[in-house]
Design a protein around this ligand. Structure first.
Ligand code: BGC
Length: 729
C-alpha cells in the first residue's frame, strides 16, 4: 500500500469512527446522511418550544433588553445546545460583512458594489468575491450571511441598485448564483434577496408592485430562478413590498407557487426585517420571522401557536418550516463546522476585492487617447469627490465601514438610521501621486467651481471626481447632487483635457459629456479603491468593465419618468406611508429591452465599455436545432493587451422583435491575437412564459441574433431555425 492509499484508509476509518460516535449519541451528526434525513432525525428530538425558537429571531440592535455582551448584529436566534444546534448569528450582506451596530468602524473587507461586479461579467470573480466574504463571515463569528442581492435594476433610480447585479436577468442571476456558491463554500448559509419585485426603495413598506405573471417570469423572477438553481442558497429573503396587492412575505403565489412549487427549492424563506404582517404568513409560505422587534407582533410565537390551535394554520406547516431551516443548516455545513471567530487577513482579502473592482471599471469615453494618463503630463490637477481621502460607498444595512473611513452627513431624504456617507480610506489622489513621478499633482476640493477651473486651466490634465450617493431606504436622483454638473462644466470649459471619474451607485446624467475628454465609471470600488482607479487611469489595467445597466439620456426616456410614490415623499427621513400601486406596464422590457422597443437612444447602452485597445468581430455562425448556438471570432486589433466581452443578443423570435441577452464571452487577447468564442442560449431566453400552459413556450421558427460590443451595436447578424418546445418551470 502506498502512502496515498494508506492516507485514504485512515481517512475512511476515521470517518467511520466519527459516524459511529455520531450514530450512538446524535445520529443527525452523521455527515453521510442527506441533509433531509439529518433534519428529520434532529427534529424528532425537538420540543415544541425548541422548534418555535427557530421560527422567530431578534434584531439585537433593536432589543430593549439586549444582553450586555450581545453585539448589535443584524440577526440572532438562540441555538439548542443540548442537540448541538448552534446559535444563529446573521450579518449583512453581499458587499462584505457589514459592521455590527452600523456606526462602528470595523476591519471587514469591503467589496466593490454589485454593479462593479456585474460590470466584470465574470462568474469566476463573483465566486471568488463570495468565497472571500463567506470566509470573513465565519471569521467575524457569523454563520448566516444575508447576501445574494438578486433583484434586477429595473428602476435606475433604485437606491439599492449598488447591492444588485444590473438590469439583465441572465447576467444578474448568473453572477449572483456564483457569488452565493462562493459564500456557501465557506460553510455559511446565504440568502437570495429580496423576493420579489422589490425594485425601488420609495414606499418599499407600502407599495404594491404589479406585473403580469408572464412579465415577472421573464424578468425579475428569471434572475432569481437562475441564481437559485445555480447558487442553491439555503435561504431566500422575502421583501417588504406587496406584489399584486399581497405582501411578499405572505404571498402564496410567489412563495408556495413559484419558489417552492415550480422551482422545487428546498430552503427556508426568511422575512425581511419588519416585513411580517400575520401568523397566516406561515400558511402562505413564510418559514421564519427575522428581526421580530421590527414587527407589530412576534407573529411566529404566540399568534402562530394560537393559529395552529384554532386550526387556521396546519401543524404540518410548522413541521415543514423547522425542517427547512434545519435542512439549510445541514446543507450549508453550519451544523458540521462550528464558527470560530478570528484569523482575518485583510491584506489578502483586500486584494480579492481589488481584483474584482479593477475588472469592473468602465471606460465610457476616451477622446483622442486622453487616457491612459501620458507620462509627459507634468501638471495634474485632481478635483473633488474627497479624492484626497478615499472612495465613496453605498449606505444602508449592507454598509461596511472600514477603519479610518471619513463619515459625512447624508443628504436630506436619507434614512434616519443612516451611518452617513462613508468614504473608505483609499485615496485616489495618493494613488495618482504615487504614479506621477516628476509631475506636480495638486488637489482642489471642488466646492468652488471657479477656483477649480482656475486650478485646472494650465494643467496638462484635470481629473474631476464626481460622486452620487445611494442608500437603502431611499432612491436617487440621476442628476449629480451639490452642483457637481456645474463643477465639471466649469473645469471642462477651462481645460479640454478633463477626465471625469464617477463613483456612483446608479447611472447618472451627464449634461457636460460633449465637453469632457474622458469618462470613467468606477462605481463604489471598495477596498483599495484609490489604487484601482489609478491603475486604470495609468493603463496598468485595461478597463475591462462593461455597463450592466443602461445610462438614460434623460429621465423622460424611462418607463416611469416620475418615480412612483415620490409625490408622497417629505423632506427628512420619512418614507411614503400611504399604500400605492406601481404598475410595471413595461413588463419584461427592462433597461436595454425598453430602449430597443421604444426606439430611444440612451446616453450609454447596456454592455458598453471601451478598452485601451480595440477589438473586431467576424465569421458569425449561428446554429439552430433545440436552441441557438452562435460562434464568432474576436480579434484584438489594437496595440496593447486587453479583455473584451462580446455579447450575443436575440433580436427577433418568430413573428416579433424581442431583444434579449443570451450570452457573452470574456476573452483576454494580446495585440493581433484572435479567438473563436461560442455562446449557447438557455432555452428560456428564446421562449416566452405562457401562463395558461404554466410553462415556457418556445415557438418553432426563425430566430434572429446579433453579436456586438453592447446592446445597441449589431456588429454581426445571423439567424437560425429552432424547433418548438414546451418547457416546464
Ligand atoms: C434590509 C435587508 C437586511 C435586513 C437586516 C433590511 O432593512 O432590507 O436587506 O438584510 O434589513 O439588516
Amino acid at each position: 500500500m502506498n502512502k496515498q492509499q494508506l492516507a485514504g484508509v485512515i481517512a475512511v476509518t476515521f470517518g467511520a469512527i466519527l459516524a459511529t460516535q455520531a450514530g450512538a449519541a446524535q445520529p443527525w451528526m452523521n455527515p453521510r446522511l442527506s441533509p433531509d434525513k439529518r433534519a428529520d432525525l434532529l427534529q424528532a428530538q425537538m420540543t415544541a418550544d425548541e422548534e418555535f425558537s427557530l421560527l422567530h429571531g431578534h434584531a439585537p440592535g433593536m432589543m430593549s433588553a439586549r444582553p450586555p455582551n450581545m453585539p448589535r448584529v443584524a440577526g440572532y436566534f438562540p441555538g439548542v445546545p443540548r442537540l448541538g444546534i448552534p446559535d444563529i448569528w446573521e450579518s449583512d450582506a453581499s458587499l462584505g460583512v457589514a459592521n455590527a451596530g452600523r456606526k462602528n468602524n470595523d476591519d471587514a473587507t469591503a467589496l466593490p458594489s454589485g454593479l462593479a461586479l456585474a460590470a466584470t461579467f465574470d462568474p469566476k470573480l463573483a465566486y471568488d468575491s463570495g468565497a472571500m466574504i463567506g470566509k470573513e463571515t465565519r471569521q467575524k463569528g457569523f454563520n448566516v450571511l444575508l447576501a445574494g442581492g438578486t433583484n434586477i435594476a429595473r428602476e435606475p433610480r433604485n437606491g439599492r441598485n449598488f447591492e444588485y447585479l444590473g438590469e439583465d436577468p441572465l447576467l444578474a442571476g448568473t453572477l449572483d448564483g456564483a457569488s452565493i456558491r462562493g459564500i456557501q463554500s465557506a460553510h455559511v448559509a446565504s440568502t437570495a434577496k429580496h423576493f420579489a419585485l422589490n425594485d425601488q426603495e420609495t414606499g418599499r413598506m407600502v407599495a404594491s408592485a404589479n406585473m403580469s405573471p408572464a412579465a415577472a417570469r421573464e424578468s425579475d423572477l428569471l434572475a432569481f430562478e437562475i441564481a437559485i438553481e445555480s447558487g442553491q442558497p439555503n435561504s431566500v429573503m422575502c421583501s417588504y413590498n406587496r406584489i399584486d396587492e399581497v405582501y411578499a412575505c405572505e404571498n402564496p403565489a410567489y412563495l408556495n407557487g413559484i419558489l417552492k412549487g415550480d422551482w422545487g427549492w428546498k430552503g427556508w424563506v426568511m422575512s425581511d426585517w419588519g416585513a411580517v404582517h400575520s401568523a397566516a404568513a406561515a400558511t402562505n409560505g413564510l418559514d421564519q420571522e427575522s428581526g421580530e422587534e421590527l414587527d407589530h407582533k412576534i407573529y411566529f410565537d404566540q399568534p402562530l401557536r394560537e393559529a395552529i390551535a384554532s386550526g387556521q394554520v396546519a401543524p404540518a406547516r410548522v413541521h415543514d418550516m423547522v425542517h427547512r431551516i434545519l435542512r439549510g443548516l445541514f446543507a450549508s455545513g453550519v451544523m458540521d463546522n462550528p464558527v470560530k471567530a478570528g484569523g482575518l487577513d485583510t491584506a489578502a482579502d483586500g486584494k480579492v476585492a481589488a481584483r474584482t473592482a479593477e475588472q469592473g471599471v468602465v471606460l465610457l469615453k476616451n477622446d483622442a487617447g486622453l487616457l491612459p494618463v501620458a507620462a509627459k503630463a507634468k501638471r495634474i490637477v485632481v478635483i473633488g469627490g474627497h479624492a484626497d481621502v478615499g472612495v465613496m460607498s453605498g449606505g444602508g444595512s449592507s454598509q461596511v465601514i472600514p477603519l479610518g473611513s471619513l463619515k459625512l452627513k447624508p443628504q436630506r431624504g436619507a434614512p434616519i438610521w443612516s451611518s452617513g456617507v462613508i468614504y473608505g480610506p483609499y485615496s485616489p489622489l495618493k494613488a495618482i501621486q504615487a504614479r506621477a513621478s516628476g509631475a506636480t499633482v495638486t488637489y482642489v476640493d471642488g466646492t468652488d467651481p471657479a477656483a477649480a477651473a482656475a486650478a485646472a486651466k494650465d494643467a496638462d490634465i484635470a481629473i474631476v471626481f464626481a460622486t452620487q450617493w445611494a442608500s437603502e431606504a431611499m432612491d436617487v436622483s440621476l442628476t449629480l447632487q451639490d452642483d457637481q454638473d456645474a463643477l465639471v462644466s466649469a473645469v471642462a470649459a477651462a481645460n479640454p483635457h478633463t477626465v471625469v471619474v464617477l463613483e456612483s451607485g446608479d447611472p447618472v446624467l451627464m449634461p457636460w459629456l460633449d465637453k469632457v475628454g474622458a469618462v470613467v465609471e468606477a462605481w463604489y470600488p471598495g477596498a483599495n479603491g484609490g489604487e484601482t482607479i489609478a491603475k486604470v487611469l495609468y493603463g496598468e489595467v485595461d478597463p475591462a468593465g462593461r455597463l450592466p445597466i443602461s445610462f438614460p439620456a434623460s429621465v423622460d426616456q424611462l418607463p416611469h419618468p416620475v418615480l412612483p410614490g415620490s409625490d408622497q415623499m417629505v423632506h427628512g427621513a420619512q418614507d411614503a406611508t400611504k399604500p400605492f400601486d406601481i404598475d410595471y406596464s413595461e413588463g419584461s422590457d427592462v433597461g436595454y429591452k425598453w430602449y430597443a422597443k421604444t426606439g430611444k437612444t440612451p446616453l450609454f447602452p447596456f454592455g458598453r465599455g471601451l478598452s485601451y485597445t480595440s477589438f473586431a468581430y467576424d465569421h458569425l455562425m449561428v446554429k439552430g436545432g433545440s436552441t441557438i448556438t452562435a460562434s464568432f471570432r474576436v480579434k484584438n486589433t489594437g496595440k496593447t493587451a486587453g479583455i473584451d466581452t462580446p455579447q450575443v443578443y436575440l433580436s427577433a423570435e418568430p413573428g416579433r422583435t424581442q431583444q434579449r441577452l443570451i450570452g457573452w464571452s470574456r476573452v483576454a487577447l494580446k495585440p493581433g491575437e484572435s479567438r473563436v468564442v461560442t455562446v449557447t442560449a438557455d432555452r428560456r431566453l428564446l421562449a416566452d412564459w405562457d401562463d395558461s400552459a404554466h410553462g415556457w413556450k418556445l415557438a418553432a421558427g426563425d430566430f434572429k441574433v446579433f453579436a456586438g460590443p453592447d446592446a445597441a451595436t449589431q456588429a454581426l447578424t445571423g439567424d437560425a431555425t429552432v424547433s418548438g418546445a414546451s418547457l416546464k418551470p
